[in-house]
Design a protein around this ligand. Structure first.
Ligand code: PMP
Length: 414
């Protein structure tokens, strides 16, 4: 109840030489009662497609006292983050940084800076993320062309090449880990084809980074971004991104300014010390605590090693997939090699109401799974075991919760 009656405390009633006067008489909206109660946050097992649970070490890093966003020590921490991202992305790109914002911020940053109004863009849509990028590109005035598959589908290099030849885009977008469908897209050769057609390759790795192999430089990816809250296990709110030399050449030789001031890479590259200028000039106040946490999450990945992280996610995912099949559930992505190790999709079991299953599991097991997203709504249930959450004990907990829910919610709508 936030509408509680409110009386001005007598301590705020001041007397002046002009007589008794209500010091805060201009305030007409009372402090809401809910704000006078302590914050309550329930414990949840975040076994959906993100965010994932944040390990104590990363929480503690984010809880360190903040310093100024322009302090030299902060620039040192940002330099560390840049190195951590270069490792996680496997790139030596100088133009590597973290966006102040979620994965969408990086998505918009990439499109806004690379594309000018009227230019042709090709977007591969096989789930919600292509849809989003197509809309973002359309909003800033690009000529958007799409390659389309229903969720779970993927594109052959021949299909991609054909579309590049036809539409001659300046940018091609592909999602590496399609979290709405649970698909990891093959990347080999895609970068080479794009370059053959003088097109930049933009890849979304929000759901796959650290969980499935991806090598930015070796795979000729021009722009790669991810999010903090999935396999990296940092809180949501920061988003690593990197631009190749070719991408920099295009974005720093534009005729028009990007539509967003906040996401303008001319400013951001200076903020991150990437533009070679001796001085960093204030652009915006970055999320200092978010950067501390991101640094810690990148440190954990560096300590573990990328290859170990990839094989660990695969091993746990395979254990989960086998357990799901033993429960009689059908995995949505049939081909094992195309399954995203971080986010597993299962076909909604016949005769069940998927919302009821999710609600039951949340209520009785404190576990979050989710339904589909965008075009996959009503098709799948999604289970994510990423980074810190990715272990056999959690996979066993997932299976036990599902087994229980399948017993309790059976054909209740039949
Ligand atoms: N791309 C993919 C593949 C994602 O899974 C997500 C988040 N679910 C996003 C982009 C968007 O990230 P955010 O919610 O952090 O903006």
């Amino acid at each position: 109840d936030c509408g509680q009656q409110w009386a001005i405390p007598s301590s705020l009633v001041r007397s002046t030489k002009h007589g008794v006067h209500r010091g805060m008489s201009s305030v007409t909206i009372p402090p809401p009662a809910c704000m006078l109660r302590p914050l309550e946050v329930p414990f949840r097992y975040l076994f959906g497609p993100g965010p994932s649970n944040v390990p104590p070490r990363i929480l503690a890093a984010g809880g360190r006292p903040i310093i100024g966003h322009m302090h030299s020590e902060m620039f040192g921490i940002m330099n560390d983050i840049k190195k951590g991202i270069q490792y996680a992305f496997q790139t030596s790109n100088n133009m590597t940084l973290a966006m102040s914002g979620s994965g969408h911020t990086a998505m918009e940053c990439a499109v806004f800076n690379i594309v000018e109004p009227g230019e042709s863009v090709l977007v591969a849509i096989n789930g919600i993320w292509g849809e989003r990028v197509a809309e973002i590109a359309e909003r800033m005035g690009a000529k958007v062309h799409t390659l389309f598959k229903t969720p779970g589908g993927h594109f052959t290099n021949a299909e991609i090449e054909q579309a590049l030849a036809k539409y001659k885009p300046v940018l091609f977008f592909l999602t590496h880990g399609e979290s709405s469908a649970g698909l990891v897209h093959p990347m080999d050769g895609v970068g080479d084809i794009c370059h053959k057609y003088n097109c930049l390759l933009l890849v979304d790795s929000v759901a796959s980074l650290g969980a499935a192999p991806l090598l930015m430089d070796q795979q000729n990816i021009d722009i790669l971004y991810t999010g903090s809250q999935k396999a990296l296990n940092a809180p949501p709110g920061t988003a690593p991104v990197s631009f190749s030399e070719r991408a920099c050449h295009k974005m720093f030789n534009r005729k028009t300014k990007p539509v967003s001031y906040l996401l303008d890479m001319t400013h951001l590259s200076n903020y991150w010390g990437n533009d070679g200028k001796p001085e960093r000039i204030y652009h915006h106040t970055g999320p200092v605590s978010g950067f501390f946490a991101l640094r810690e999450s990148l440190a954990i990945l560096a300590e573990m090693g990328l290859e170990n992280s990839w094989s660990h996610h695969t091993e746990i995912a395979e254990y989960l997939w086998k357990g799901l099949e033993d429960l009689g559930l059908k995995l949505f992505i049939k081909d094992k090699d195309l399954r995203l190790p971080s986010v597993t999709t299962i076909a909604i079991p016949e005769g069940y109401d998927w919302k009821e299953l999710l609600a039951y599991i949340m209520k009785h097991h404190r576990i979050e799974f989710t339904g589909g997203l965008g075009p996959s709504v009503g098709m799948v249930l999604r289970i994510g075991l990423m980074g810190y959450n990715c272990n056999k004990a959690n996979a066993a907990m997932v299976l036990a919760a599902l087994e229980d829910a399948l017993k309790q919610c059976r054909k209740s709508k039949a």
